[in-house]
Design a protein around this ligand. Sequence first.
Ligand code: SF4
Length: 242
Amino acid sequence: MTEARGYCTLCKSRCGAIYTIESGAMVGVRPDPDHPTGTALCPKGRAAPELVHSPARLTRPLRRTTPRTDPDPKWREIGWEEAMTEISSRLAEFRDTTGPESVAFSVTSASGTPMSDALEWVERFVHLYGSPNISYSTEICNWHKDFAHAFTFGSAQPAPDFPHTDLTVMWGHNPAKTWLSRSVALAEARARGPASRSSTRAGRPPRCRPTTGCGCGRAPTAPSPSDWPTSCCAATAATRSS
Ligand code: SF4
C-alpha cells in the first residue's frame, strides 16, 4: 500500500489530498493538512475512489450508432486514435470550406467539473482554430462574481485577501457549498478576528500592523487609533533600549 499526494480535480477549489493506492487501485483519500487548500474534502472529493473505479465511468470514446432523435440511443466504443482522427478531419473540413467562424465551441463549468485545469488549453485551441464562438456554462453563484462584477466595475472580482481583512460581506455566495478552500480561508479569518483599527469597535485587542504602524505586532498603548503608529513605535523603541 502506498500514498500519493495530489489534489482533487473535481472543481476549482482544488483541495489538497493524500490518496491511498493498493495493487494499482485508489482505495482511500483524506485531506492533506500540509497542502495550502488541504484542510477538508467535500463528499464529492471523498468519493474519489468510488468515482474512479465506477463501472459506469466513461474511459473510452463512444460513437453514436442511432439517430440523435432515437428514444433508445445506442453507442459503440471506438479507439482514441480513430476518435481524434475523425474529430480533427471534420474540424479541418469546416475550417477550409465554411470558415472557422462557422464552428462554435462549448465548455462545461469549471466550478463543478474537472474542467478547471484544462480551460485555458481549450481557449488557446479555439483561438488558434480561429473561431470567435465559445460559450461557457457556469453556476448562478459564479455568474455574478465573474460577469456582473465586470459589467459593473470593469473587471472580474479579484481573490479576497482573507488573511488581512476585517470585514467580509457575502452576497449571494456560500463558499461552504461551492468553494471549499475559500470557505476554510474565511473560517480562519473569522477565528483570527479583526486585524486592524476596526478591531477596537469589535472589542478585540488591536495589534500594530504594517498598514497602521511599524508592523511589530504589539498591542499599542494609546487609546486612540489615530495615535497607534506613534505610540506603538515608541513602545517598541523603549523595549529595544531597555
Ligand atoms: S470542494 Fe470537493 S469537489 Fe471541489 S476540489 Fe474540494 S473536495 Fe474536490
